[in-house]
Ligand binder design. Structure first.
Ligand code: UFG
Length: 324
């Protein structure tokens, strides 16, 4: 398989590239390096610098002929999407439509989308399965849903085959230490905790302590990025072999609160990691926990590295190496 990863130099994309290379597949990475890093591109992958909004460049690279495309080139900060929606509509929706239409034009008919649990919104029941109503509470989640809907239409109208992988909270780093590039300006909880542990930030704000959860802080399902990466390879193989579309949740099926995460990080790093109780952040559902039964059934996938100790220790290893 010859696979082109849009956004493949980013945090998740690099791990996905490693997973395809580990299986012996041919990998290309297309990235504008806005949050990705050139140094993240693994040996053995080809690199194309470009923006997904640059239709001519996308078309030029796709014209080489690819079996599958993986789309990881989206902005993903749920909080930011509520204050800068135009940034998200332009890149996430317009950019995705450019990729889908250009893939179709060049005969790259297998499309794997990095989608999100944010498509569900406030859960009506837990664990969340794929049949759960889709009613995003933040604009970011809406953009992912809009891309999924377009893939359904392009599948119906043009025979495009797709997999939408609804990630829960991606965390952790390659446990073999092959990925050392840190995300620029991280907005997610674990990198922020790590920046506190390294002394880059003075404290971590705990956004909301009055949620209807046992300790009052939000509960999330953290899934190791290498587990996510493996699922992309399995999904690409699945849609090509089974010739059917796939929409699956990818989560560890375990919920961890913000406070528990901070406490576990203190234990594992041995650092103080000061925290301060802070107001709620707009658009945050109280609790997100996955059912990944369908991914298990269809792909034989389950999270293997997503225990809290592996998530934190693999991240801490990379932060320490970068902050010596
Ligand atoms: N949080 C804090 N302090 C911080 C940062 C985050 O308390 O400094 C809290 C948030 O309020 C939330 C939890 O930690 O309750 C996790 O927040 P993240 O920003 O790390 O992640 P989100 O749950 O908002 O979103 C993440 C990805 C999305 C994805 C979603 C799926 O960023 O792309 O998980 O569950 F869609």
């Amino acid at each position: 398989m010859k696979v082109l990863l849009f956004g493949g130099a980013g945090y998740i994309g690099t791990h996905v590239a490693l997973a395809f290379l580990d299986k012996g597949y041919e990998v290309g990475i297309y990235d504008n390096l806005s949050s990705g890093l050139r140094s993240n591109v693994p040996d053995g992958a080809r690199f194309f610098e470009g923006d997904i909004l640059d239709r001519n460049k996308v078309s030029e690279v796709l014209s080489e002929g690819w079996d599958a495309a993986v789309h990881l080139a989206a902005f993903k900060a749920a909080g930011e999407s509520m204050v800068k929606p135009e940034k998200y509509s332009e890149n996430n929706i317009t950019g995705s439509l450019i990729l889908i239409t250009e893939c179709e034009k060049h005969g790259c008919m297998n499309f794997i989308l990095s989608s999100s649990a944010a498509t569900y919104g406030e859960p009506q029941y837990i664990p969340i399965d794929e049949k759960h109503p889709k009613d995003p509470t933040n604009y970011y989640g809406y953009t992912k849903l809009a891309i999924e809907e377009n893939l359904k239409w392009y599948s119906k109208l043009r025979g495009m085959r797709f997999a939408a992988l609804r990630y829960f909270n991606a965390a952790g780093y390659d446990t073999e230490g092959r990925m050392l590039g840190l995300e620029k300006n991280p907005a997610n909880l674990l990198p922020i905790i790590m920046e506190c542990a390294c002394g880059i930030r003075p404290q971590v704000g705990i956004f909301g302590t009055d949620y209807d959860t046992p300790d009052g802080t939000c509960i999330r399902d953290y899934v190791h990025v290498s587990d996510l990466a493996d699922a992309h390879v399995l999904a690409a193989e699945y849609i090509m072999e089974e010739k059917e579309n796939l929409i699956v949740n990818l989560g560890s099926e375990k919920g961890i609160s913000v406070r528990e995460m901070v406490e576990a990080a203190r234990r594992i790093t041995g650092k103080a990691i000061p925290s301060v109780d802070s107001p709620r952040r707009a658009g945050d559902p109280a609790r997100l926990v996955a059912s990944s039964a369908l991914a298990h059934e269809k792909l034989g996938w389950s999270a293997r590295k997503s225990d809290v100790d592996t998530l934190i220790s693999s991240t801490w290893m990379v932060y320490q190496k970068n902050n010596k």
